[in-house]
Design a binder for this molecule. Structure first.
Ligand code: HEM
Length: 411
């Protein structure tokens, strides 16, 4: 019997209790590509080491994002006549040549030169949160900082009404929280649809407003100014799908990188001391935080033909799951992979942003947000102390931290 027989690494408990580490360590050593014949998500292949994950991610011709979707749960596309609930049709779950066409049209909005324009506002809004934290009290960093900051940043990026920023988080959560993903059958799909209609209306409103204003530096204005996307509003499915992808892409991921970073610096306090005495280490520390946390646990593909991988034969039509979380702890690439080392020379080699044509489009934006946040934290606090138990999400797709009780200690 193979070492991984009957092993199901998609069990949410592994992530809720953070017990996945020895499991994947053994799999990387014994059987980095293996088959699970039975799981709540049906049969699937797992790819566990860094090199093979990159190989699959790079081979987009034989491993499709479109056929079956990008999560271990099969994507169910709800063809609503209004274009609602079609977020699954956004370019993250398209294959070439469609994918490239859509991605290239939107990508300039988060290119480094445009991001530079956002910097002052991102900094101002991060500073505002940090200046209003309750000193001397224990509070949940996730609610007070990670979620609020992500909402403020999303509002900033979209030029969305600032006081209504909580709606962006609501719409992002609604997009991802479908019963097929969460297992929660109590979700009212009718209400969900109504709310997503409101999201579409709000963004159509913003679009109309911006189209009549002088060019500004927000994602909507950038989409309007780009000839390739200037008419995107005429296709409701593409319009809402693209906007929701940008919101969802930057929500749970950035949120959990922020929370994971605080946790990492508490588990490795000498690294906290190092960055305090040398803030020039922040950019590399940010990459190491993203590697260490790996907010997106997996991405899924479907084999378009029979493929031999790591000595195994994957058959056409089978589901293939790349476990990024495992790839980022591969000691063939990362020395002492479970340690958090802020000046790790190859921290940027992590696969937390994926690899190949679908590599995260917002990666520079995410890094910029985290960099600014940590610069502002270090200007104010000598310690962000974790003072209670961490509560994690039972989720095999997003490595989520729900509760992180902290106290902040001003300089
Ligand atoms: C630390 C934060 C983030 C992480 C860890 C992350 C992770 C990922 C991953 C793993 C993928 C799929 C890569 C693949 O299949 O090879 C992806 C795609 C994507 N991400 Fe991110 N992401 C982050 C932040 C953001 C932000 C802030 C945005 C907002 C613009 C964003 C937008 C996207 C988009 C649009 C795609 C689809 C790209 C494509 O299919 O061509 N992400 N991200």
């Amino acid at each position: 019997m193979s070492p991984s027989q009957n092993m199901d690494v998609s069990l949410p408990e592994l992530y809720a209790h953070d017990t996945w580490m020895p499991v994947f360590e053994r799999l990387r050593k014994t059987e980095p590509v293996f088959y699970t014949s039975d799981s709540p998500n049906g049969p699937y292949w797992s790819v566990c080491n860094h090199a093979l994950i990159k190989q699959v991610d790079a081979d987009h011709r034989r491993f499709s994002s479109e056929r079956g979707g990008i999560t271990i749960v099969d994507t169910v596309i709800d063809n609503d006549e209004n274009g609602i609930a079609l977020a699954a049709k956004s370019f993250i779950s398209m294959d070439e040549p469609e994918h490239k066409k859509h991605r290239l049209a939107v990508a300039p909005s988060v290119a480094p030169k445009n991001l530079a324009e956002f910097q002052p506002l991102i900094r101002e809004r991060a500073a505002d949160i940090l200046d209003n934290l309750p000193i001397g009290e224990t509070f949940n960093w996730v609610d007070h900082v990670s979620i609020d900051l992500t909402a403020r940043m999303l509002a900033t990026l979209f030029g969305f009404p600032y006081e209504e920023r909580h709606k962006l988080i609501l719409w992002s959560d609604l997009t991802t929280n479908v019963p097929q993903v969460t297992g929660d059958q109590s979700i009212d799909m009718g209400e969900r649809r109504e709310e997503l209609l409101r999201a579409a209306q709000a963004f159509y409103g913003l679009w109309a407003e911006r189209a009549n204003q002088p060019p500004q530096f927000d994602l909507i204005s950038m989409l309007i100014q780009n000839p390739d996307t200037a008419k995107m509003n005429e296709d409701p499915a593409l319009f809402l799908g693209t906007i929701l992808l940008l919101i969802v892409g930057g929500n749970d991921t950035t949120r959990n990188s922020i929370s994971g970073g605080v946790l990492a610096l508490n588990q490795f306090p000498e690294q906290f001391d190092r960055v305090k005495s040398d803030p020039s280490l922040i950019p590399n520390m940010v990459s190491e935080m993203i590697r260490w946390q790996t907010p997106v646990i997996h991405m899924r593909r479907t084999a378009m033909e029979d493929v031999e991988l790591g000595g195994k034969l994957i058959k056409e039509g089978e589901k293939v799951v790349m476990w990024y979380l495992s790839g980022n702890r591969d000691d063939a690439v990362f020395d002492r992979p479970n340690d958090f080392i802020i000046d790790r020379p190859n921290a940027r080699e992590h696969v937390a942003f994926g690899f190949g044509v679908h590599r995260c489009m917002g990666n520079r934006l995410a890094e910029l947000q985290l960099q600014i946040l940590w610069e502002e934290i270090l200007k104010r606090f000598k310690h962000v102390e974790v003072v209670g138990p961490v509560e994690r999400s039972a989720n095999n797709f997003i490595r989520g931290i729900k509760t992180l009780p902290v106290r902040v200690h001003p300089l």
